[in-house]
Write a protein that binds this ligand. Structure first.
Ligand code: HEC
Ligand code: HEC
Ligand code: HEC
Ligand code: HEC
Length: 380
């Protein structure tokens, strides 16, 4: 970027969305840091990707204000109020030309937040949105830039029937679009992903009309050959230390205080040796997939989730991410029955297990819980 800035040419800096990380708290801290650094770039517009709502709309707005990040989007609404979440577009003047920059997201993409679940947002049809918006937008600018968070095929389909977009940057793609492409009079390009590449397009634009006369696309690869920027590197190093402290603080909030040092969780394989039938039934239940469910959500290091999705979290010798305790993933036999080393045969163990459910099946996480119907599904 330093090099680009030194060229001192009229420059538009845009991002087509999915700047934010996956839905967990560590990633949220990294996203905070990323936004802080990107804020120093002076971005002209950022399209909204579904990932950018991973930590909720309040967090997004906080990042926008704190770091001057100009997110725009024309088709994502608050499901309750029906209002657009963000400004539909921005006008930016460069080299005597006014650019109107807008963005749309794919309605088929599921939007989920870390804090509020699903169903908080409503996404309008991108084509209908743009057909309505573009004529208005053109009155305010000479050149229209679309940050299309629809991936490659979605964008191609959209542009085939759409007039009035001069430049389109594709987001939500895992491929660099390195060769210049013209679809229906629109110059199209895009770079992917995880900030590994910087797409750079030189555009030759007719000043009177704002029309793109020619385009030359290049891709800058941030591989090992790219030297580190000392200033940013120093910030990264500091951030890493902060992140370790953040993780430690969270772990400290979940100390291993329950149970006894003398007892051990033996793992479901041990139980299998004498209770094969029970084990086989257990293996078919959701309890055996509880950790996988977290992984699917990118939350398998999240203490807030591990309490109920592993065996013996917060118990002495219970689950932790270190060997040998990292084998105690999922809700194994001993999550309900207790330490294997305290195996009883006098009926006590059954009773204890019957009382165990509600520690995890609480109102927040299992609102429909009813012992009789739930037991029926996992009985062994
Ligand atoms: C240590 C926490 C914990 C305890 C104790 C627990 N559960 Fe669960 N249970 C879970 C989790 C987590 C899931 C979701 C698993 C997944 O990711 O699919 C679940 C899912 C279930 C399901 C739906 C999955 C299926 O296979 O149909 C049933 C039924 C169920 N539990 C019954 C019970 C009953 C009955 C008890 C008590 C005897 C109990 N659970 C005790 C954590 C627990
Ligand atoms: C207090 C215990 C508890 C905590 C904490 C908890 N869960 Fe769960 N979770 C459950 C139970 C119980 C179920 C099963 C609910 C049911 O079927 O009634 C469940 C179900 C799920 C499911 C659905 C599994 C499926 O495929 O149907 C997912 C995904 C999930 N939890 C993820 C998480 C994540 C992510 C966190 C942390 C942010 C978390 N849980 C924290 C107890 C908990
Ligand atoms: C979700 C909690 C839970 C999990 C996980 C679980 N159990 Fe149980 N188990 C129970 C409950 C509750 C009972 C007692 C039911 C009753 O008597 O009402 C029980 C009963 C039993 C019994 C006595 C059955 C009988 O009628 O004699 C055995 C043996 C047993 N479990 C073994 C296992 C083994 C082995 C595993 C792991 C492969 C396992 N359980 C996993 C909750 C659980
Ligand atoms: C060396 C064999 C052996 C192993 C290993 C073993 N059990 Fe048992 N278990 C037994 C025998 C024998 C009984 C009593 C027979 C019966 O009541 O059906 C029993 C009974 C039980 C009962 C009924 C207890 C009660 O309250 O009366 C449960 C629950 C149980 N086992 C769970 C487990 C779990 C969970 C594990 C793994 C941590 C496990 N067992 C490992 C042999 C074993």
């Amino acid at each position: 970027m330093d090099k680009v800035w030194q060229e001192n040419k009229p420059l538009l800096q845009v991002d087509a969305g999915d700047l934010f990380g996956p839905r967990n708290q560590n990633e949220r801290e990294q996203t905070r840091f990323l936004c802080e650094v990107l804020g120093t770039f002076g971005m002209d517009a950022i399209g909204l990707g579904e990932q950018d709502l991973n930590y909720g709309v309040d967090f997004l707005r906080e990042m926008m204000t704190k770091n001057n990040l100009p997110f725009v989007n024309a088709n994502v609404r608050d499901a309750k109020t029906g209002e657009l979440l963000l400004p539909a577009y921005r006008i930016v003047e460069r080299g005597g030309i006014k650019y109107g920059i807008t963005s749309v997201m794919d309605p088929a993409e599921q939007i989920m937040t870390l804090t509020g679940g699903e169903g908080l947002f409503k996404v309008d049809d991108p084509a209908a949105t743009l057909n309505e918006l573009l004529p208005r937008l053109r009155k305010e600018c000479e050149s229209v830039v679309l940050l299309s968070h629809l991936g490659e095929t979605g964008t191609e389909t959209l542009l085939k029937d759409l007039k009035g977009v001069d430049i389109c940057v594709i987001g939500h793609t895992f491929r660099n679009i390195e060769t210049e492409r013209i679809i229906n009079d629109t110059a199209v390009f895009g770079s992917s992903y995880e900030g590994r590449f910087l797409g750079k397009a030189d555009l030759f634009i007719e000043v009177q009309t704002g029309r793109v006369m020619a385009i030359d696309v290049g891709m800058i690869d941030f591989d090992e050959k790219m030297p580190d920027d000392p200033e940013v590197l120093a910030k990264v190093e500091k951030f890493k230390t902060d992140l370790v402290a953040f993780k430690d603080a969270k772990r400290a909030a979940y100390p291993r205080v329950y149970g006894s040092d003398k007892e051990q969780f033996l793992g479901d394989r041990t139980c299998f040796n004498c209770h094969e039938d029970a084990w086989k039934k257990y293996a078919e239940t959701g309890h055996r997939r509880a950790f996988t469910s977290l992984r699917g959500d990118g939350q398998s290091t999240e203490p807030d989730c591990l309490v109920c999705h592993t065996t013996g979290y917060q118990y002495k010798n219970g689950y932790s991410d270190e060997r040998p305790f990292n084998s105690l993933v999922n809700v194994q036999c001993e999550a309900c029955h207790g330490y294997g080393t305290s195996h009883a045969r006098d009926g006590k163990w059954r009773l204890q297990a019957r009382n165990s459910c509600v520690a995890c099946h609480d109102k927040a996480n299992s609102p429909g819980f009813d012992y009789a119907t739930y037991w029926e599904k996992i009985k062994h």
